[in-house]
Design a protein around this ligand. Structure first.
Ligand code: PMP
Length: 330
């Protein structure tokens, strides 16, 4: 018989998939680490598992404990799956701009979701930040993972993502490219790859234009899950050799191309990372091996990047792209 005891045993060990069409005309090899193969559908399963297990080991999370985190997306799903296995309750706080589908996904895993108004300033008692802080103090046995400050976020990548990539490429990786949100992925994976290669592997961050990592102030952008308007504790400023800024337009173009040309239905931050990886690979030679990490799948973005009307409303597609007629198809 071949089976695992629980779905959380499937976290990590995601495959590398070669990019063919996107890398046309590029002499370096570009491999994508496809994180939607994690059981919760994203790279965040890795950090959820390690943050919870470390909190158990340190006694911060005790039997009957409640995990409280302001999250609306991938981290919530990862935490919910791990919590289910280990018998904890989950309470997630999210702003009301988060789609009903995302909230329902968290509830489907058994989490409770508290929705806060977006239209109030951060210091307002009903704000996203204040509500989660209040719940942590008011709920008995509550523990807040705080992915922006928890060292086990980058540590999870140091112990899983980094070694996997080194093993899967037989130590031949020359460049690692990843988007930067909390900075956990780039800091942990990057530190491991630099250590194991004696500094030979170059680490490249991809960042939405306007975010702090590429020198901006946090100007709004549409790509989700990456870029910040502050410097999180989980980001190690010494790891990245280069940060490549990518526009929304290019991020979404590459996201669509990943689906259409490579069969990889992924989120917008994956297109952003892929765009940066291809831009980098164009400067490299045939002996170079680029690994680009694609954090999540595209199902959560069908009404956005994969919706022609939404794309047209931001000027990313001409309006006539919407829908095909019988005449177009014949
Ligand atoms: N892409 C998506 C969709 C994400 O949710 C995240 C995490 N915020 C990232 C990229 C960036 O990963 P990290 O937080 O490890 O920098």
């Amino acid at each position: 018989m071949e089976y695992v005891e629980h779905v959380i045993d499937l976290v990590g060990n995601t495959p590398l998939v070669k990019l063919n069409s996107l890398a046309e005309g590029v002499s370096a090899t570009v491999l994508a680490k496809v994180e939607y193969f994690n059981p919760g559908g994203s790279v965040k399963d890795r950090i959820a598992l390690r943050m919870v297990e470390a909190a158990e080991a340190s006694g911060q999370l005790r039997p009957g404990g409640v995990i409280v985190e302001p999250t609306s997306g991938n981290t919530g799903v990862g935490l919910a799956i791990v919590a289910q296995r280990k018998g904890y309750r989950c309470v997630f706080v999210c702003p009301d701009k988060v789609s009903e589908d995302k909230r329902n996904a968290l509830k489907a895993y058994g989490a409770q979701v508290v929705v806060c108004p977006t239209a109030v300033p951060p210091e307002h008692p009903d704000s996203y930040y204040n509500v989660s802080d209040r719940l942590v103090t008011e709920i008995e046995n509550a523990w807040k993972p705080n992915q922006y400050a928890n060292p086990n976020n980058p540590e999870s990548h140091y112990h899983s993502t980094g070694p996997e990539i080194w093993r899967q490429t037989d130590g031949r990786i020359t460049h690692f490219v990843t988007g930067v949100g909390t900075g956990g992925t780039i800091s942990g994976t990057g530190r491991y790859l630099k250590e194991v290669s004696d500094g030979r592997v170059k680490i490249i961050g991809a960042d939405p234009e306007g975010s702090v990592y590429s020198g901006g102030s946090g100007r709004p952008y549409l790509v989700e899950g990456v870029g910040e308007d502050f410097w999180p504790q989980t980001y190690d400023r010494d790891v990245a050799d280069e940060i490549i800024p990518v526009s929304d337009r290019e991020s979404f173009e590459y996201t669509r191309r990943l689906a259409r040309e490579e069969g990889l239905l992924t989120g917008g931050s994956c297109g952003m990372a892929a765009a940066a990886a291809i831009r980098l690979a164009r400067r490299l030679g045939p002996d170079d091996l680029v690994v680009v990490l694609l954090p999540d799948g595209g199902r959560g973005y069908l009404t956005k990047v994969f919706n022609d009307d939404w794309m047209a409303s931001y000027g990313f597609l001409p309006p006539e792209h919407s829908g095909a007629t019988v005449g177009d198809v014949l």
